[in-house]
Design a protein around this ligand. Structure first.
Ligand SMILES: Cc1cc2nc3c(=O)[nH]c(=O)nc-3n(C[C@H](O)[C@H](O)[C@H](O)COP(=O)(O)OP(=O)(O)OC[C@H]3O[C@@H](n4cnc5c(N)ncnc54)[C@H](O)[C@@H]3O)c2cc1C
Length: 256
């Protein structure tokens, strides 16, 4: 575990869909294997993404990026979790049309939105909303069994916001890792009051950040992924608390 990526294919790869999991009404997880040899096509770090290319969905080729929600410790496949956006060309195609056996073109792994034990702090705090949970799903899968070991954080906290209990992406994994000592998962729902089930009930705001991250923050690296407004709010709050810029990492889904 926690090895550096080794087997990296260059250029566009042919990935075959080997499984499709219904996460929620509008979100699916797609498992991929190498079309040629049936194994995992490449190595990667948790937090990295693939860029898929479609030549026939529009008049010009279209490319969209999706972060691995699987972890490098899963050696037989890679997976991405995709939420269908209203009238979104590629996400709608994925969720409505892509099926087991289809072969898609993708390039990667790409990105540096990762935990680097040499430079990052021992406590990894993750702040996410909706499909922005996917890089953190990968990190939790990878690091939860190895907290405190070389290459992994000592502790992990995830604050994640979903709309309702119908929108709980990657929920089985989150519940499973929440039992691991050193891992804390806090889930808030923005449009459903389910406080009796243990959820918070409002959008992520400064008060929530203050109460979830109430400890000394000097040994914490923060990573945030989700709507721009939530990431800006989180970054501003953390800067006000004196968290240095190198301990605040942001992944925008609106670029690249
Ligand atoms: C590094 C990275 C990682 C990502 N990882 C993930 C991930 O793990 N999971 C995930 O679900 N997503 C992820 N994304 C987002 C993903 O790449 C796509 O942006 C997303 O799926 C939407 O693409 P689309 O083709 O479906 O929508 P688009 O067709 O690009 O449309 C996007 C939205 O804009 C609206 N829109 C489009 N054109 C117009 C217009 N002319 N006027 C008004 N509105 C318009 C659409 O209705 C839609 O709601 C990631 C993005 C990046 C950059």
């Amino acid at each position: 575990m926690l090895e550096q990526p080794r087997r990296i294919k260059r250029g566009w790869m042919n990935l075959r869909v080997s499984q499709v999991i219904h996460e929620t009404l509008d979100t699916r997880t797609f498992y991929f294997v190498d079309h040629e040899d049936g194994g995992r096509a490449f190595d990667y770090r948790p937090g990295q993404y693939l860029t898929f290319r479609f030549d026939e969905l529009g008049p010009k080729p279209i490319a969209r990026s999706y972060t691995m929600s699987s972890s490098p410790c899963e050696s037989d496949y890679v997976a991405v979790t995709i939420k269908e956006m209203h009238k979104g060309v590629v996400s709608q195609f994925f969720v409505q049309d892509v099926k087991i056996g289809d072969v898609l073109r993708a390039r990667g792994p790409i990105g540096k939105f990762c935990y680097f034990s040499g430079q990052d702090q021992e406590h990894l705090a993750m702040i996410a909303a909706g499909s922005g949970v996917t890089p953190f799903t990968s990190m939790l899968r990878e690091y939860a069994p190895h907290l405190g070991e070389e290459g992994a954080p000592k502790r992990m906290t995830l604050l994640v916001s979903y709309r309702s209990t119908d929108d709980l992406i990657n929920w089985d994994l989150l519940q499973e890792v929440s039992k691991v000592p050193g891992i804390r998962i806090v889930t808030t729902l923005s449009r459903q009051d389910a406080r009796d089930l243990g959820f918070l009930y409002k959008r992520i705001d400064a008060d929530m950040l203050r109460s979830v991250f109430s400890e000394d923050l000097s040994k914490t690296t923060f990573m945030t992924c989700g709507p721009q407004e939530m990431m800006d709010l989180s970054a501003n709050f953390l800067k006000e608390q004196g968290v240095p810029p190198q301990c605040i990492k942001i992944e925008s889904y609106e670029t690249a």
